[in-house]
Every structure is written in C-alpha cells, then in structure tokens.
Design a protein around this ligand. Sequence first.
Ligand code: DXP
Ligand SMILES: NCC(=O)COP(=O)(O)O
Length: 249
Amino acid sequence: MNPSLTNPRVLLGVNIDHVATLRQARGTRYPDPVQAAILAEEAGADGITIHPREDRRHIQDRDVLLLKEILTTKMNLEMAVTDAMLAFAEQVRPECVCLVPEKREELTTEGGLDVDGQEARVARACERLTRIGAEVSLFIDPDIAQIDAAVRCGAPVVELHTGEYAEADTPQAEDAAFATLVTAVEHARKRGLIVNAGHGLHYHNTERVAAIGGINELNIGHAIIARAVFSGLKEAVRDMKAILAGARG
Ligand SMILES: CC(=O)[C@@H](O)[C@H](O)COP(=O)(O)O
Ligand SMILES: NCC(=O)COP(=O)(O)O
C-alpha cells in the first residue's frame, strides 16, 4: 500500500508560481523560484508544486529543469493536457504530475479538469505519464462523476479543487461547499484513490480542510507567498505546517 494512504499527518506541497510571477512582472532575474523552493524545503515543505503554463507567464522551462536537479523532496508538475506539455514532462520526468485545465485568459485555474467529458484523452495522458514513472493526479471538482471518471482513467491520485469552499462569501455557502468536499473525499477514498486538495486555501480556512480524514496532501501557494512578503518564506511555510499539524490533534 502507498504509505501516503496511511499517513496520519497532512502533507504540504508549496506552490511557488507566485515567486515567478513577481520576477516576470519586471523581467528581472529575481526573485528566483529555485531559491524559494530551497527555503520552502528547509522549512518543512513536503513537496514543491509548479505550474508551467503553456504561455510561460510565470514558471519558465529553466526553473523546471533546475528544480528537477536540486529538489530534495518531490516535484509536483501541474500542466495542461496537451501534446507539448506531455512531451515536456517526458523530458523532465517529475515525481508527480497533476493534470489541470488551462485557459489563456484566466487569472488562475478556474474549476477542475473535465475528466468525464474527455475520458479517452485523459486516459491516454495518464498512460504516457505513468510510463515515465510519474504519479499522476487529476485536478478535479469535488464531484462524484469526475471522481469515477478519474478511476476509469487509471489515475492513482485526485486533487480536489477547493475554490468553491475558499471563495464562498457566506458561512452557509462555505458550510455547503465543505460538506460537498467531505462527501467527495469519502467517495474517492472508497474508490481507492489518494486524495489531495488545494486552491485558494489560506491561514484561516485550511485547518478545517486539513482535519478531513483521508486527505493526504494540500497544495498551497498564493497565501504562503503573500505572507512571505512580510514574514519571510521560511516562517510562512512553518506557520502553514503548524496549522496542518494541529488539524488532526
Ligand atoms: C491547479 C491550481 O489550482 C493552481 O496550482 C494553479 O494552477 C496555479 O496556477 P497559477 O499560478 O497560474 O494560478
Ligand atoms: N493546486 C493548487 C495549488 O497548487 C495552490 O493554489 P493556490 O494556493 O495558489 O490557490
């Protein structure tokens, strides 16, 4: 059995895209996401998540290749389901790949990948990535039909999109989105999947999600990098780790 299925603590994947966003905003050589990854790992990150977008608006190929050389935890490469990105993953050979939907004009990822609606294409991508030894994850909405489609595609992992929960604008809407998330985690676990989650999680809404039994890993980026502006990255990572550690008693 994969050890992550029995892990009593929730793992933290730190998404460092936003460090690259700041660098690209001015076309400078700093801040360097590679340096961010080193600090995040030193502060206890269990993995580093990056999403080289097709338009390369933040993470660059150079970042991915250097990170592959220096990471001591694992690389979680988020990417669109395209031939070009699959070929890039085959070149990089990351430990984990998370397939995500991508729209050129979006500010950040909107909604989960429609696995149910393009099963053959996603299944082929899963097969290609599994062949290079990557653990494949599908970034999907907390939806039963999408979870079942992920199982049919042969992905061992799903990452449930927490955006609806994180962006809820009333306590009632937040509770409803949370209940949907819990149902989805339970269903995915029953179907034998490793369950990760992420998107929009921050220092005030993460504990509740981390407390859901069956969640293996949370991927968090924007909130950690934003806090790092004031506290430094190591402290920001440690603060989030403390929330995860406290969530399950
Ligand atoms: C999949 C997800 O929710 C985020 O990791 C997102 O893909 C990050 O990408 P951006 O940094 O471009 O928003
Ligand atoms: N997969 C979700 C992720 O990596 C982090 O997203 P966010 O915390 O930057 O919204």
